[in-house]
Write a protein that binds this ligand. Structure first.
Ligand SMILES: Nc1nc2c(ncn2[C@@H]2O[C@H](COP(=O)(O)OP(=O)(O)OP(=O)(O)O)[C@@H](O)[C@H]2O)c(=O)[nH]1
Ligand SMILES: [Mg+2]
Length: 615
């Protein structure tokens, strides 16, 4: 008996492979209630009851071994042992959705026909039961000729049995499975229907509630306004609910700065800690509550199954600009961050669709823009309500998100007629069932997002801000001279200022844009640090960023700054991932050029029209 070394989770999209992977290995892979979440292979360690470790591999969902999209190709390669640098998995764990059995058995048969040792995880039996379906795993096992174990990945049910079956499967006799070999697709479909019918013990049919929900939510006229209204509420909440928490964080950071100023002797170290670290990085950290609120909504929409409906609703709009609804999920992920968004395009089969989606993904308002938008809104947009208790600040934030979406749609429209010309493919996406988001998963997801944000603050934002502080602090100014004028950074800013002055940007903005190439939030920390370094005395320094902005910027400048960040591709990670996903520099270079061009034009238009209106 040889030792079991590797096992791979395979199956249709949204079967719960990653949920099983997380439950078995303790990993924290992203799971969400729509197809196409996992787009690359991930390995983790599963410890068998004997104490032996097994490498468990989570794979992208797939409908067959004839790969249609880049993510499905990864699955095919791993399953067939062609993935570079990786041996063929010893055992396949085929994950099927119990409530969608007929459909999932089509691919399962293709896998069985490979004649490899395998176990079937009959997952989501809880949802099947909820829908009034009772399924007999033994009947299914007899029909497929492989062991079948019922599981509920999110409640950790059936995991021990699955692990046992996995251990035994390694020495399976695969010679008894000839009957399913070499069937055509229609034959497999027919077989799947028969097998599913044979395994279903009872069916009471309680799909009605969900069907009627979809009648409303997917209604051609009702669906879009409902989606729109929901997004509107989210942005209202981001401002309304976050304020007390943000104020408390702000006060805490203020207290830390006062503490540092009191405890340390005047000098370079104190300035470094107060101006560079606490003021700079702190100015970004205060936006944590807003980020958390935004993600609470996004995660709940993903887990409940509503997000896939949103893709369905958007499909028509997407078709107008030459994209399919398939692009919606990657674009939606880009609201968190364009990096996973661009990776999610691997689930798009058509190469031109995929390229277009990559090129427009950075226009979706990622969470790194939230601090930039929020600080300008807090400084320049009064916290009043307009008609019927709608908060003006939330409204402006909503408008900025819409501006990003419209920008992306406009860009797609142009690209599809020029650079990525070609017919657009049809929309095929199954709609997942609705379900209450598991609170535990929500909490884990939120914690992960908060942690990503804080880690960025501690690494990339910290580094860029400290580097800027050094350039701002040396050489030191003569008495009476402004520190900014004297510094190296000030001289660099003078050069760039010439370029951006026509679009209403001042020297501080010009300076902040340089380190903000690393990440957008750095624009905020850079401004905070610049004003703190340049402040004449401690009192001016302690006032914080928002009063400095109010005192130093005109409204047209502030609006132009917002318009700039709707478009500007200020994120090195996005550029890097675009290079990786398009295998070269051509498209990322194109992306950066067109986005900077658009940023310049739209910031300029905003500045000049605001100025003309006398704002
Ligand atoms: N109720 C219930 N929900 C489950 C179960 N397993 C997974 N889910 C949910 O089903 C959804 C899909 O789970 P994932 O693990 O992301 O599915 P996947 O097979 O990895 O999907 P792709 O990566 O897109 O191929 C998520 O919302 C999970 O919370 C289960 O046994 N019961
Ligand atoms: Mg997955």
């Amino acid at each position: 008996m040889t030792r079991l070394r590797t096992a791979a989770l395979v199956g249709n999209p949204n079967a719960g492979k990653s949920a099983l992977f997380n439950a078995l290995t303790g990993a924290r892979q992203k799971i969400a209630n729509y197809p196409g979440v996992t787009v690359e292979r991930r390995a983790g360690r599963l410890v068998m009851p004997t104490g032996e470790p097994v490498e468990l591999i989570d794979l992208p969902g797939s409908y067959s071994l004839d790969a249609a999209s880049p993510d499905e190709e990864v699955t095919r390669q791993v399953v067939e042992g062609e993935f570079p640098g990786e041996p063929q998995p010893d055992v396949l764990v085929v994950v099927v959705d119990a409530a969608n059995l007929e459909q999932h058995l089509v691919f399962a048969q293709e896998l069985v026909a490979l004649g490899r040792p395998m176990v079937v995880a009959l997952n989501m039996v809880d949802l099947a039961e909820r829908d009034g379906l009772a399924i007999d795993p033994d009947a299914l096992s007899a029909a497929l000729g492989v062991p079948v174990v019922s599981t509920v990945a999110v409640r950790r049910r059936g995991l021990d049995e699955l692990v046992d079956a996995l251990g035994n499967a390694h020495d399976q006799d695969v010679t008894t499975r000839h009957e399913v070999r070499n069937l055509s697709l229609p034959e497999r479909r027919l077989n799947a229907r028969n097998m599913a019918r044979g395994a279903i013990l009872s069916e009471s049919g309680q799909h009605r509630l969900h069907a009627s929900l979809d009648k409303v939510l997917l209604h051609p006229w009702l669906g879009p306004p409902i989606l729109f209204a929901l997004l509107f509420v989210i942005f209202q909440a981001v401002f309304a609910w976050a304020t007390p928490f943000a104020d408390a964080l702000d006060a805490a950071i203020g207290a830390l700065i006062a503490l540092a100023n009191g405890a340390l002797p005047p000098g370079i170290l104190r300035d470094f800690i107060a101006e560079g670290v606490l003021t700079g990085v702190g100015s970004v950290v205060v936006f944590l509550p807003q980020i958390v609120i935004l993600f609470a909504f996004i995660l709940a929409m993903e887990q409940s199954g509503y997000m896939a409906r949103a893709a369905f609703i958007m499909d028509r709009l997407m078709a107008y600009v030459g994209l399919s609804g398939r692009s919606f999920i990657p674009l939606l992920s880009s609201f968190a961050c364009a990096v996973p968004g661009i990776m999610a395009t691997r689930a798009i089969a058509d190469p031109k669709d995929r390229l277009t989606t990559i090129l427009i993904a950075p226009l979706m308002t990622c969470s790194a823009r939230l601090p930039v938008y929020a600080v300008i809104i807090a400084a320049f947009i009064p916290a009043t309500t307009v008609g019927g208790g709608v908060g003006l600040q939330g409204l402006v934030l909503f408008a900025l998100y819409i501006a990003g979406i419209l920008g992306a749609m406009g860009a797609a429209l142009v690209l599809r007629r020029t650079a990525t010309k070609g017919g657009s493919s049809g929309f095929i996406m199954e709609l997942p069932r609705y379900q209450m988001p598991p609170l535990r998963d929500l909490a884990i997801g939120l914690w992960q997002r908060a942690w990503v944000f804080l880690r960025r603050a501690g690494t990339i934002i910290f580094t860029a801000t400290v580097a800027l502080w050094v350039l701002l602090s040396f050489p030191q100014a003569e008495p009476g001279e402004s520190q900014l004028d004297a510094s190296i950074a000030g001289h660099v800013a003078d050069g760039l200022h010439v370029l951006v002055e026509p679009i209403g940007f001042n020297r501080e903005i010009a300076l902040a844009l340089i380190p903000a190439m690393a990440a957008r939030e750095v624009a905020v920390s850079a401004l905070a640090t610049t004003y703190a370094v340049d402040a004449d005395d401690e009192e001016a320094e302690a006032r914080g960023l928002i009063p400095q902005l109010r005192a130093g910027w005109s409204l047209p400048t502030a609006l132009a700054f917002l318009a700039w960040f709707v478009f500007a591709p200020q994120c090195l990670s996005t550029i890097a991932v675009a290079r990786r996903e398009t295998n070269g520099w051509k498209w990322p270079a194109f992306m950066v050029a067109y986005l900077f061009g658009a940023a310049y034009v739209f910031a300029g238009l905003t500045y000049w029209s605001a100025a003309a209106l006398g704002l």
